[in-house]
Design a protein around this ligand. Sequence first.
Ligand code: ADP
Length: 985
Amino acid sequence: MSVQELVLKQRTEILHALCSSGSAEHLEQVLDVLLAEEELSWEEYQNVQVPGRALYTNARQLLDLVYTKGVDTCGLFLAALKQVLPEAKGVGFSLTGCRSSLEGKEEYQSTSSQTLLTQRPSLVRELQGCTDGALQALLISGLFTTADCDDVRLPIHTPSQQARRLLDHVRSKGESAAKTLLQYIQQKQESGSTPTQEKPTPPKEFVKYQKKLSSSVSAQSCFLSTYGGTSHMSLDDIYTEGQLELGHDCADAHGSLGLEDIVGTAGTVNEEADTVLVSGEAGSGKSTLLQRLHLLWARGTALQDFLLLFPFSCRRLNSEQRELSVQELLFQHCCWPDREQEEIFQFILDHPHLILFTFDGLDELKQSFSDEHRLCCPTQRAPVHVLLFNLIQGSLMKGVRKVVTSRPEAVGPLLKKHLRKEVFLKGFSPSGIDCFVKKHHSDPAVAAKVLGSLQTNTALLGLCHSPVLCWIVSQCHKELLGCGEGSPQTITDVYLMILQHFLQRQSSQGSTAGSGWLHEHLQTVLHLGQLAFELIGTTCYIFSGADLETCGVTEKDISMGFLIQSKDMSSTRSKRYEFLHVTLQCFFAALYIVLSNNTDRSTIPKLFELKDLKETGLSSACFGSCLPSTYQQEGEATAAETPNLQITATFVSGLLSQRHQSLWLHCCPSAVMEKRVRQVVRCLSKGMQKHFKSIPQPVEGEKKSMHAMPGFVWLIKCIYEMQESRIAKDAMSKLEVDHLKLTYCNIGPVECTALAYVLQHLKNPVGLQLDNNSVGDVGVEQLLPCMHICNSLYLRNNNITDEGIRKLIAKGIQCDNFRKIALFNNQLTDACTQHFSHLLKTKQNFLALRLGNNNITAEGAKQLAEGLKFNHSLQYLGLWGNKIGDAGAEALAQVLESSNTLVWLSLAGNGVGSRGARALANIIKNSASLEEIWLIENCITRAGVECLIQALEHNTHVKSIWYVMKRLSAENKLSVFDGLKLTNY
Ligand code: ADP
């Protein structure tokens, strides 16, 4: 196919690759290259790059143009595309056949204007960050007017767009302007200062403001804020590193991230965007993490590239009713400048890259993200959410870095489009739990006891991966110690424990024996419950005195410690309150639903039908209909409410569990309770049915597969909270699938416990696919109870170590159905191979072992070979991306050459050389079953390949060897050589 045809055929993919990020940067970079290569005339460039016209229209115009210009231009265009978007292959279009690189032009340039054109791509890079200096030079030389400068500096342009605009202006001014600009750049380079690192000297008042802001930020962040009302715990004393990860599809997703990496370059997916999203479940530590960043910045120990840091809480922004400008937002909500406000703000506008904004809890904002209302003027007033959305997408204050936190459910594709990158906060690692408990209890003996009790109760240990639960569990250590019968298993148990702990701590008579404690404090629970319930439906997390009064919350109720005074920096108005944590508000809302006589009978069904209602955009209104009319003003559905109402529903399920019946004895008539239990059971069963009905009929010859929709895991968690195997059994009896796919579902240890509890009742064995979650070793342990119904277990990319594998295999060996495992991209080393070796020796029906992208060396391969020696069933062995080298390949080849079952083998990317290849040739020569072998990304030289080819001649089974990225079939052996010649071996 000619390159011209290629451009036509792949038009949609090319357009998508150029424009889908929403930024014009890729298109402009391609244009830079085409201009530099003189493939486009200046007029043609201007016809394509029409300012203000839709990005897609400009891109289409370019495609039309290059197509009509013919084969050469098309070839160059594809080469430019490849240079600008090296990863474009992954988005579905092939660039094979186009020139792989653009030859640098070393011709003599007769004029400076011409140099501006031919060097355009590098000049754009050089000028980013120093356009101010260049404009100054042009202004002084009289070649530019201030109007020219303003035009270049328009804040809506990104730094690279400013650089291009500058170049275009200079070109229109003629040769002297071009010469002046080139001289300026040359001087910059000679003086050794990298233009992009230019750091200005701020004015005196700015420096004073900086000090004021940092001491205010420091004061706000030095104590753990969420529990400010109950404990004055210094953040330094308690802060424990959480697990931070980049998006799974991100090129550098491996390795752990530090706090500063959040704003660093690692994992950037959109260079032009300014907003970094930190996403994590409720209680995973997002606010605490931001607080830590704020504190480190204020102390001068981190993020020192930023001169100012403005922290915002979306929860607090909700209560801002006025329309504000960005300037007012910064100064009124964060820190007021004593003097020279205009000068300070101008400095901020002129140096956006030195400023950082943080927005905590985007999911708590009443309005869902939208990019409809565009605003680019920093002095124009608008409702706060409009300002926030424009800041996030960069139409306001372009270049200012923004860090936003949110729960993952509340982040839609609309927002994702504007993200520089996404970082996931996954809670504490096992060592993090250990560290947190030790920090929380200064007495090492107490810490040791708490940790000991966690080790004996793995369900509880699983819960502790969530920092908020770790805190609660640690706080309630007295109740935990001496656990045994009735020790906490579910999230509801843990929250009930904190309820009891707080209530009894305040109780004048000391602790009430037995289950009477709830009855004793019923009024408090109902008042707080009503407050939580009525306001959660309207996404309200901060309560006024009037709200408290309406729900009958008394001073005594407040003194129990569940509510804390909200630190609303913007107002000096009357006191405002919030719950210790949003999950506690959900818990109290659930208590109210379960215990109150005043809720509507449709409350429970509506709570569990959330998903549907949300889809029709009615959730708030419908759920609101069971609330008193005063709370129904907010008709809009918001991103925040579904997660919170889901958590509430989970607690309702837990509270209505048979196990807690005795607690409600004197609090609510048992007939009412029984009715509510029946309602929940019915809702769960109906919810499950809906998921099962959505399973498509399998295509002939394929397995029946269910890809879990959002909400499935939530239902499973609700069933788990009820702790009644009858319900789990009933739900699973109707699920008929061969394969259950739960990839990218935020499954951590807590979810694994619930999944295993429910899935163990499946009637027939399934393939359980949990790729790309955060299962970890603790999660693996939680999954063991359902291993017997798993015929395949897919755990790719799940942070599992050798220890997790030890436990998994010990159980797997006893499970007859268990036949396949995929563990690509975990943290496995040679230490796990002895377990696999044992499995291979013991289980003669085991079919597939995939261990790609781990840290297995020659030693591990030898261990595996030991097991394989006695195995007569394995068909698939995948070791892609390990380090087995020649010695490992030889060990495996020695045993696999006599295998009658092995069909597929991958040793790609393993540092295998010709010695290894020679040994592997024996498998090809002798194996009666092998069909496919992968050897790409090794260091096999010509001699090794020749051995492989000779071996191929002796074998009729092998269909393909994958080598040097070319699929080479047995019938087409000559092309093996072609492939080799091409790569110069
Ligand atoms: P989120 O904002 O994700 O809902 P928070 O930051 O409010 O979560 O965390 C809830 C609680 O968990 C905190 O108040 C604190 O007790 C505990 N916590 C969270 N992260 C950490 C951490 N990194 N170190 C110590 N404790 C933490």
